[in-house]
Design a protein around this ligand. Structure first.
Ligand code: FPP
Length: 221
């Protein structure tokens, strides 16, 4: 969900107002995913690198995420959305936010229409490091370590690898998002800044995806 800061700055607003405007984009994009019958939808809400931002912006984002979950969880629940989280639950994440996260996950646990995974305090490298730590803690012998053994120890082993990754705001990089899982994902880049993103942009991205030929390292049919 990139480009909130630039969206705000272009309007002479504070960066945090760009994040606030991103809420509508998120809800509309989820609505679009529901329209399409997409079953897994993951958003990058806060990265392990985002702690480097000014303290007041970090504080704002923690409070904003907490309040967004509280305000929107019933609406998402009514739509059949299951909320899940991937990321590190470390001491830097406020306890109140962790509580809100747990409540939203618990409330929506039985839903199956769409899983909205929120990557929070998430880093693709950190996720792989954490999986390796678990292998070592479990005493798994090196001969038994293969891709399946690592995939089973990622933050959400049920989550399928994404078919499509959409990056907003004209940047051309993954920025530590789902590094393991996105090995064969199709990447679509758009100049749209996140607060302007609407379901139509998601549909455009899916149309672009449908033009791609996926070979997964093999040859075309
Ligand atoms: C990146 O834009 C955006 C973020 C770091 C936060 C986005 C978070 C939300 C929209 C709230 C989501 C909340 C939940 C619970 C899912 P940026 O600040 O990097 O923009 P810039 O690149 O223009 O500076």
């Amino acid at each position: 969900m990139d480009g909130n800061g630039r969206w705000a700055q272009r309007r002479g607003l504070k960066r945090t107002e760009g994040h606030a405007a991103g809420e509508e984009a998120l809800l509309d994009a989820v609505g679009g995913a529901l329209d399409l019958g997409v079953q897994w939808f993951t958003v990058y809400a806060f990265s392990t690198e985002n702690w480097r931002r000014p303290a007041d912006e970090v504080r704002y984002l923690m409070g904003f995420n907490e309040s967004l979950l509280q305000r929107r969880r019933d609406e998402l629940n009514d739509k059949g959305v299951r909320i899940r989280f991937i990321g590190r639950r470390d001491w830097r994440v406020p306890k109140r936010l962790l509580r809100r996260i747990d409540e939203a996950v618990e409330l929506t646990a039985e839903n199956r229409r769409l899983t909205l995974t929120i990557a929070f305090n998430y880093g693709g490298k950190a996720e792989i490091v954490d999986a390796v730590r678990r292998l070592v803690d479990e005493g798994v012998p090196s001969a038994k370590i293969d891709e399946r053994a690592i995939a089973k120890r990622l933050y959400d082993p049920d989550m399928p690898d994404p078919d499509l990754v959409v990056r907003t705001s004209g940047e051309f990089r993954l920025s530590n998002f789902l590094l393991w899982e996105a090995a064969y994902s199709e990447l679509v880049f758009t100049d749209v800044l996140w607060p302007d993103f609407r379901r139509e942009h998601l549909f455009d991205a899916v149309r672009e995806y449908q033009e791609r030929e996926r070979r997964f390292g093999g040859l075309s049919e």
